[in-house]
Design a protein around this ligand. Structure first.
Ligand code: ADP
Length: 261
């Protein structure tokens, strides 16, 4: 009965969110959290109401990327208050509920599932145009819970261009197909590097693999993002998109435009 009541609260909240997007990747370190954060920031800069939810229970990185490392989430009554990053963007991360941010979490599946459900039922999100969910890499409990709980959720899959990453992306595609979650498209991150000295494009991790995989599975290719030291600087300093090159910002905007249309 309790689960049923919680489902009703979750569905009531989700019905008011126009787009529910989970950002997935086959493996770690491909820039999934960076892309999720940038998507959220670009959309909120365009005036949309955006919720950014980090369900990466074991490696939450959203709050660090946005410079919110000391983030604590408050509760009012029995509701968790999301962190208001700016007037359009609200952030919720497991990081904000931990007393010791660097202590590793040892939680089994049911606990993680319970927390993710609570982030949907017990957070004062308000009305959102977009709920962007940063899922941990792979196809474990967290993306499964999202797929089963977030009615209407669609996936964006982030990969790097080389074959070893693409092999894992295919698993993510099969996962989405199995749980019947529509895939909005694939983003190829770390795709080429424009050398600031010589101006030429160097394909450090090759390029084009994301596009080819999208074509193989008849999926939308949303675009490529280059390797940009400004992305690392922004992430490490928690400055979101401030230090991205204009080339990266253009590419990101192109991806956002594709998602909206
Ligand atoms: P994931 O969520 O897939 O584990 P992250 O988003 O945490 O990956 O990114 C891993 C690291 O790679 C971070 O230090 C981030 O700043 C860096 N990174 C991500 N995308 C790019 C990029 N396009 N160019 C340069 N560095 C990047």
């Amino acid at each position: 009965h309790e689960l049923e009541a919680q489902n009703q609260i979750i569905n009531h909240f989700l019905q008011q969110v126009k787009y529910k997007i989970v950002v997935m990747s086959g493996k770690g370190g491909v820039g999934k959290s960076t892309v999720a954060t940038n998507l959220a920031v670009f959309l909120s800069n365009q005036g949309y109401q955006v919720g950014l939810l980090d369900v990466d229970v074991h490696g939450p990185s959203i709050s660090g990327l946005l410079g919110l490392t000391g983030l604590r989430l408050n509760t009012i009554g029995n509701k968790i208050q999301p962190y208001p990053y700016d007037e359009n963007l609200k952030v919720v991360s497991i990081q904000g509920l931990l007393d010791q941010p660097d202590a590793p979490l040892i939680w089994r599946g049911p606990v993680k599932i319970g927390i993710i459900r609570q982030f949907l039922s017990d957070v004062n999100w308000g009305t959102l145009d977009f709920l962007i969910i940063d899922s941990p890499p792979g196809t474990g409990d967290e993306p499964l819970t999202v797929a089963q709980t977030v009615t209407g959720c669609q996936a964006v899959i982030v990969t790097t261009p080389q074959e070893i990453a693409l092999a894992d992306v295919r698993k993510s595609i099969h996962f989405c197909q199995t749980v019947k979650m529509p895939i909005l498209g694939i983003i190829e991150n770390m795709s080429g590097f424009v050398c600031p000295t010589c101006g030429n494009m160097h394909e450090i991790f090759k390029s084009g693999g994301g596009k080819k995989t999208a074509a193989d599975y008849n999926l939308t290719f949303l675009g490529q993002l280059p390797i940009d030291p400004g992305v690392v600087t922004a992430g490490d300093a928690g400055q979101s998109i401030d230090t991205l090159t204009s080339h990266t910002k253009e590419k990101m905007q192109h991806i956002v435009d594709q998602l909206i249309h």
